[in-house]
Design a protein around this ligand. Structure first.
Ligand code: ASP
Length: 319
């Protein structure tokens, strides 16, 4: 390209609304607090978040408190206490949190701590780092006053024994119902947005495996000018496509939350092929309060708290 044409093309690109620093035409919702969370465990989590939001609390406090409900639920086998273990029989947890200022914190491969989301928040607030992993994350948690406890419940131990009997080492991940991360996105009365994501990851994963949930931009992402997005499902597919960042960035480029979630799912399908058995689901919340969702397969649900109603919805499948 000749220099003159190059300069012309560059000027055009710079002038393009697609590269604007935010979709300024979208008004910020400040009327109604909103919470959207993945799966049916999002309902009790949303309840707690909504209470905080109605009392004037921040989106950050709301998402943390909400997902702590799921982490503490021993019956829930995909998050926190009672989570399904890895193939060595050890429960390892991943979590991340992001506030409206763009601050983020996360923990990966954390063991014996029931509330990884709160450890992630302290990584964000008390250190200069974004992510702590494994033994270091555990030591940090203990320094901050968290107590170690056994997270492997009887129910999850029995499931693991059964899996060992029925599977061989060549098996990869379990079926769809072996994973169900909670990712929660909230908008407070000031219109600010925050996100939290917490999981025990894929059931019977290799020891040491870390998923998308603690990776900022994969498991969740917040850009307060635009909105937020979060993921659930096979984390490897989310990580390879920077899923949550992609959804938010597509909204910045002008796609609606629905279009952005659909496009992010389509990109995975394009890479994996239409025969993929893996599930990925996305949720999105734009700053004007509009939401989006999409998933590869049927079965994915999201819980939405809006206009003082907290309801569970099915997401139509792409395949
Ligand atoms: N995304 C999680 C992971 O890959 C799994 C899930 O959604 O349950 O660790």
């Amino acid at each position: 390209m000749k220099r003159r044409n190059f300069l012309k093309a560059s000027a055009l690109t710079l002038a393009s609304p697609l590269l604007a620093s935010g979709d300024q035409k979208v008004k910020r919702n400040t009327q109604n607090p909103i919470v959207i969370s993945t799966w049916n465990h999002g309902i009790p989590a949303n309840e707690v978040s909504a209470e905080i939001l109605h009392a004037g609390g921040s989106a950050l406090d709301a998402v943390e408190a909400g997902v702590r409900v799921t982490e503490a639920d021993a019956q829930n086998q995909s998050v926190g206490l009672g989570g399904r273990p890895d193939r060595k029989g050890i429960v390892t947890l991943d979590a991340s949190i992001m506030d409206s200022q763009g601050n983020a914190g996360s923990v990966a491969f954390l063991q014996n701590i029931k509330h990884p989301i709160s450890v992630a928040r302290l990584v964000m607030e008390k250190t200069d780092h974004v992510m702590l992993a494994g033994q270091g994350a555990l030591e940090f948690a203990k320094e901050q006053g968290f107590e170690e406890e056994n997270l492997l419940t009887e129910q999850s131990a029995v499931g693991w024994e059964e899996w060992k009997r029925n599977n061989n080492i060549k098996d990869t991940w379990g079926p769809n119902d072996d994973h169900d991360t909670i990712t929660s996105l909230a908008q407070d009365k000031n219109g600010n947005i925050a996100a939290a994501c917490t999981t025990s990851g894929l059931a019977y994963k290799l020891h040491g495996r870390v998923g998308d949930s603690p990776i900022i931009g994969a498991g969740m992402f917040v850009d307060n000018e635009i909105g937020a997005a979060g993921a659930t499902g096979v984390g490897e597919l989310v990580m390879r496509t920077c899923g949550s960042f992609l959804v938010v960035e597509l909204m910045r480029q002008g796609l609606s939350p629905m279009e952005a979630c659909n496009e992010a799912v389509e990109r995975i399908i394009k890479k994996e092929g239409k025969n993929t058995k893996s599930q990925v689901g996305y949720i999105a919340l734009r700053k004007d309060g509009e939401i989006g969702y999409a998933s590869i397969h049927k079965g994915f649900q999201y819980a939405l708290y809006k206009n003082k109603k907290n309801k569970l919805y099915d997401v139509p499948s792409k395949l």
